[in-house]
Design a protein around this ligand. Structure first.
Ligand code: ADP
Length: 657
């Protein structure tokens, strides 16, 4: 999901954050290049103006000179005395602003023409103006003052070609010559202007170029005249009021302009700052490159303007970013938020929360449709899950029900099986016992019959042996009673039906008399707690048999000195009133794993002394009487048997029903 989010963000922001700056960069680069070209074009046109001014100056100088050369005044003066001529020429020089003005008659002009092509031209009859370099002696020849004015001490300049020279003594001169053709005195009129330290000249150029109405005062312009590479006239300042006369041009410019003769139009380091510069090579009358004309304006304001423009653009871009990025982000959010919601929904469903939904009701776009479709599918899944769970629950219930039924049936089967086994065992015991009893009954009957015969035959003569005969009679009666009991014991079914309403406390008391010798032998203490209980319907003999068995077992289990508790209490079971006899002892109790087995026939722990039939028969008898016999171990120790029998009236009702 992150990758989708990132991709969407890139898609949304790339045009703004990447493409726009790239476009801006291209536009700015292009604009800067155009701007630089414009500046160069500007300086080029400035240089043309300066060049034209220089040409104008030279042409003006030539014309002025020619005017004088052809004037009638000169013709008159040439015919006059020398001082008058000198005074005239001096006056004219001052009026025209020349630095020197003199007349050479042909004889003197010829050697001078050898030296100066300008003079040669004048001699040949053509007025000519050119730039020439005057050596110090040439200047000295004109005047010491001129030579002095031309002299400029060199100042060490950064980036200039190194030099050992310390002073520039040569002078750069606008050198003009015009022919004088008067019959009497032909010759050449020579005049000129020294450009070294000629600040008027350079300030005029500067004013022309930079102080015009169009450019106003915006550009800080400079103009310079170089003699060779030395500034001989300039308005470039070294300090506030000191012009940079004597400083030199940089080596790069010197190489390009003076050595190669190219016009330099580029930025250049001038004295102490960068300028947009134009350098024009100047040639003298010999065709030699003797100097340069320079104009330029300070680059810094334009660089600052460029920087300001760039800054403005960047600020504008930042503003656009600040303004539009949140809008783009919100639009992107509109796409990836539903996608994230869907992922979250799937995660919750995966964790088991089938009720999780996208709830994307509002959106009508493709994502909204997908979300809605997903919700539909989840509805179906949840519905199926619900039905499956319902089926599973129903199935479990059925299995539980069936299992309970099976368990019940199994228990019944086991009980039935146990009863069957017991019945069979009892039946076989009954057979044997019945056989034995029958076998005993016959001899006893013979003994009894013969005893009766003795009484009949002897009559009163039996007196001497009456005691012995009575003893035999009692013992035979006892044998008959025992055999009767044995038969009853072995075949209880044969003796059933003799149930009667019995008062239980009476039965228990009788039993205590019967087992008194056992209790006494076992040194047991008997405690009775008989609450009034309803009469029960049971065979009193069978009931006696059950109680005797329970008491004997308890006494045997306790060993000498135990306490036997006998209690009678009324108890209602399953809504039926009844009486409960509790027989509890202080013996060791019955191990828990054997509790269920004590009612099994032949289960005994008494080895040869026990038959294991007592409790089994007791259970049969009590169950047949509609009651229940149970056993448990008392928490305080010892076993507790409870015999419950339904009340006689209740049982009567049952039977009646
Ligand atoms: P018998 O007494 O011949 O062994 P019973 O059926 O009367 O046969 O008793 C079965 C077994 O139950 C006894 O052997 C004895 O282990 C156990 N039993 C019966 N009553 C008690 C009792 N009060 N305390 C401890 N064990 C008992």
């Amino acid at each position: 999901m992150t990758s989708v989010r990132v991709r969407l963000l890139v898609l949304a922001l790339a045009p703004l954050v990447l493409l726009m700056p790239a476009l801006l960069l291209i536009a700015m680069t292009r604009w800067t290049a155009d701007y630089d070209r414009l500046l160069i074009a500007n300086v080029e046109s400035d240089l043309r103006i300066a060049e034209q001014y220089l040409s104008r100056l030279m042409a003006g100088t030539g014309e002025d000179l020619q005017g004088i050369a052809e004037s009638a005044q000169l013709a008159v003066v040439l015919g006059a005395e020398k001082p008058a001529r000198a005074a005239f020429l001096d006056r004219k020089r001052e009026v025209l602003g020349f630095d020197f003005l003199y007349f050479l008659p042909v004889t003197q002009a010829e050697p001078a023409a050898q030296r100066w092509p300008v003079i040669a031209s004048g001699l040949a009859g053509r007025a000519e103006t050119s730039i020439d370099l005057f050596q110090p002696e040439d200047l000295e020849a004109v005047s010491t003052e001129l030579a002095e004015r031309a002299r400029i001490p060199l100042i060490d300049t950064e980036a200039a070609v190194p030099t050992t020279r310390t002073e520039e003594e040569r002078g750069m001169v606008v050198h003009a010559a015009a022919p004088v053709r008067f019959g009497g005195q032909p010759g050449v009129l020579v005049g000129g202007i020294l450009l070294n330290r000629n600040l008027d000249f350079i300030d005029t150029i500067n004013a022309l170029v930079y102080l015009n109405a169009v450019t106003g005062g915006e550009r800080q312009g400079t103009a310079t005249l170089f003699l060779d590479d030395v500034r001989v006239s300039t308005n470039v300042r070294l300090f506030e009021d000191v012009r940079a006369l004597g400083t030199r041009v940089s080596a790069a410019v010197r190489g390009a302009v003076l050595d190669e003769g190219r016009t330099w139009l580029d930025r250049a380091f001038v004295v102490n700052d960068w300028y947009i510069s134009g350098y024009l090579p100047l040639t003298d009358s010999f065709g030699e490159r003797v100097g340069m004309l320079y104009v330029g304006f300070l680059e810094a304001p334009f660089t600052a303007a460029k920087r300001a423009a760039l800054l403005w653009m960047m600020l504008a871009f930042a503003a656009v970013l600040v303004l539009f990025v949140p809008i783009f982000l919100r639009m992107a959010e509109g796409i990836f938020a539903p996608l994230e919601r869907m992922t979250e929904t799937m995660r919750r469903v995966g964790d088991g929360d089938l009720s999780a939904r996208n709830n994307h009701a509002g959106a009508k776009d493709e994502i909204g449709q997908v979300a809605a479709h997903l919700d539909d599918l989840l509805d179906q899944v949840q519905d199926r899950d619900r039905r499956l769970r319902a089926w599973a629950d129903e199935l479990n219930q059925r299995v539980d029900q069936r299992t309970a039924e099976l368990r019940e049936a199994n228990e019944k089967l086991e009980a039935t099986f146990r009863q069957l086994v017991m019945s069979e065992k009892l039946a076989s015991i009954g057979e044997i016992t019945a056989g034995v009893a029958h076998e005993i009954n016959n001899p006893v009957a013979v003994i009894q019959g013969n005893l009766d015969v003795i009484y009949e035959v002897l009559g009163p003569n039996t007196q001497p042996i009456d005691t012995e005969l009575a003893l035999i009679d009692r013992q035979v009666a006892r044998i008959q009673a025992i055999v009767g009991k044995l038969l009853k014991f072995a075949r209880p079914g044969d003796y059933s039906g003799s149930e009667e309403s019995v008062e239980l406390c009476g039965v228990v008391d009788e039993c205590l008399v019967l087992v008194s010798h056992v209790v006494a032998q076992g040194k047991a203490v008997v405690r009775k707690a008989f609450a009034p209980v309803p009469d029960v319907r049971v065979d009193p003999g069978e009931m006696q048999q059950v109680v005797v068995n329970l008491i004997v077992n308890a006494v045997q289990a306790m060993g000498p000195g135990g306490t036997l508790d006998l209690a009678l209490l009324p108890e209602t079971r399953d809504g039926r009133d009844g009486a409960c006899l509790v027989v509890a002892d202080t013996g060791p109790g019955i191990p828990e794993d054997r509790l269920a087995s004590v009612f099994d026939p032949f289960f005994t722990t008494k080895q040869a002394e026990g038959t294991g039939l007592g409790l089994s028969i007791s259970q049969t008898l009590i169950q047949r009487a509609g009651g229940l016999i149970t056993v448990r171990n008392r928490p305080e120790g010892g076993a507790e048997f409870r015999v419950w029998l339904p009340a006689a009236e209740a049982r009567q009702d049952d039977i009646g029903a």
